[in-house]
Design a protein around this ligand. Structure first.
Ligand SMILES: O=C[C@H](O)[C@H](O)COP(=O)(O)O
Ligand SMILES: C=C(OP(=O)(O)O)C(=O)O
Ligand SMILES: [Mn+2]
Length: 450
């Protein structure tokens, strides 16, 4: 990225793109790309700039990032109730974290575009039938039959329209009164009232007292803008047939922006320095993220910084580390140290999900709540030891009472997984587990600011 305005659409490098579907009819893809290119942007470049400023604050420890949502959104799940409950969960978590951090929380949904998935295998076999793997609703259908699994480019358009209607409702919820801090606090009191969560009572009581104190001092919640919240949309920039036509020149600056979401990231499987995804994000001016797993080479990361953030723009680059609870204390320090020594000011965000996935005895892909908490704890410990900033968390969650991750105060066990295992890809924290995690991270954050 350079600060010089280009006013022309980028020429995408002709380099290999990993994890793309094999579309059966390339001409149909061209027609869909043309249509996407003619549709209005989903976000405004100015909003992306605001998010960049918020992330710059997080890089300095003056804000904390909460990024969360589905592993894989599904068209059929984009209902008012589901969207409401996911937003509600994120707002409840954010209220708890704001208190713990004593700083603003940057709310970033994995929402309105999280429709494409990288997979470890190209195919899935059940019994003696082998079909293309499910690659997200933007590509094919989860149902296990040949027609459903055949990639269909019309799905790119459906992803755009479903993202537009999702974002419309998100904007209505977050600015129309639903997000009022007083409501959010009442919801959290409801959560604590259940005795399984007694451990969190003291934090909830502290927040209660803080709210009452503010009211007693005459704080005018309406004037404070407590009825609205800033909420940003993010997803993995994986499918270039979707992302490239949804890149536009910002009329204010002449710079290209991805307008499919405010923030996009490159995943662990597609972050090759000479690959098409890093080329893509190097040309857009949005704030961007890159996932970094346990086998990352710090030298490569330094070259990545030069490529993606040559001017060291605060808030431009976020590293989302997903090491695994077992190795985070061993692998993260050297990486953070090398990046810090290079002078780059990145946001460090912990994804405690993707390094802690395993198959349970009953055959479900799952994660253990305690391991998720342990990776976040390790992340905070590493940053505390180095004097660097733990800038946020990135979680796969839903507002529904699913049974996909093990443990938590409700002690979800392997035999419970089958009851409500509804994810199309990775296991998500349910509503209760998400709030529990927020209370635990708030305790860690309170120590950071002490
Ligand atoms: O969300 C992340 C990846 O798509 C997912 O972990 C890959 O899972 P797989 O190993 O089931 O393909
Ligand atoms: C694919 C994902 O993660 P990662 O790239 O870290 O494996 C994801 O966030 O769903
Ligand atoms: Mn995932």
């Amino acid at each position: 990225m350079t600060s010089e305005a280009t006013t022309e659409m980028p020429e995408w490098a002709d380099v290999p793109a990993m994890q793309q579907p094999t579309w059966p009819d390339p001409q149909a893809v061209t027609a869909v790309r043309d249509e996407l290119a003619s549709l209005p942007p989903l976000v405004f470049a100015g909003e992306c700039d605001v998010l960049r400023d918020r992330l710059a604050a997080a890089a300095k420890g003056e804000a904390f990032v909460l990024q969360g949502g589905d592993c894989a959104e599904m068209f059929s799940a984009a209902t008012a109730a589901n969207i409401r409950d996911r937003i509600k969960t994120i707002l409840q978590m954010a209220a708890v974290l704001t208190y713990g951090a004593s700083t603003p929380v940057v709310k970033l949904g994995r929402i309105a575009g999280q429709y494409a998935k990288p997979r470890s295998k190209d195919t899935e076999t059940r019994g003696d039938v082998t079909l293309p793997a499910y690659r997200g609703d933007m590509v094919n259908d989860f149902a296990f039959n040949e027609q459903a699994r055949t990639p269909d480019p019309q799905r790119l358009l459906r992803a755009y329209h479903t993202s537009a209607s999702t974002l419309n409702l998100v904007r209505a919820f977050t600015t129309g009164g639903f997000a009022d801090l007083r409501h959010v606090h009442e919801w959290n009191r409801g959560f604590i009232a259940n005795s399984a969560y007694a451990r969190y009572e003291s934090t909830a009581r502290d927040i209660d007292r803080a709210m009452k104190f503010m009211q007693a001092c005459g704080a005018d919640f309406d004037a404070m803008n407590a009825r609205t919240v800033e909420f940003f949309a993010s997803h993995e920039a994986l499918l270039l047939d979707y992302e490239q036509p949804l890149t536009r020149i910002d009329s204010r600056t002449g710079n290209p922006y991805a307008v499919s979401g405010h923030f996009v990231w490159v995943g662990e499987r597609t972050r090759q320095l000479d690959g098409a995804h890093i080329d893509f994000v190097s040309r857009i001016h949005n704030p961007i993220g890159v996932k970094l797993g346990p086998n990352v080479d710090p030298d490569e990361v330094l070259r990545m910084i030069d490529r993606l953030d040559p001017e060291r723009t605060p808030g431009r680059l976020t590293f989302i580390t997903r090491m695994g609870a077992g190795v985070v204390r061993e692998k993260l320090p050297n990486l953070v140290q090398r990046v810090t020594e290079s002078g780059a000011q990145v946001v460090w965000v912990c994804d405690p999900m993707h390094g802690n996935t395993f198959e349970s005895a009953s055959g479900y892909k799952t994660r253990e709540f305690d391991q998720i908490v342990d990776e976040v704890q390790g992340f905070f410990e590493v940053h505390a030891a180095l004097g660097t900033i733990p800038g946020g968390v990135h979680v796969e969650l839903t507002g529904n009472d699913v049974t996909e991750c093990l443990g938590g105060a409700e002690r979800i066990a392997d035999e419970d997984l089958e009851k409500r295992y509804e994810t199309a890809c990775d296991p998500r924290l349910n509503h209760q587990q998400s709030l529990e995690l927020a209370f635990l991270v708030a305790e860690m954050l309170a120590q950071r600011t002490r």
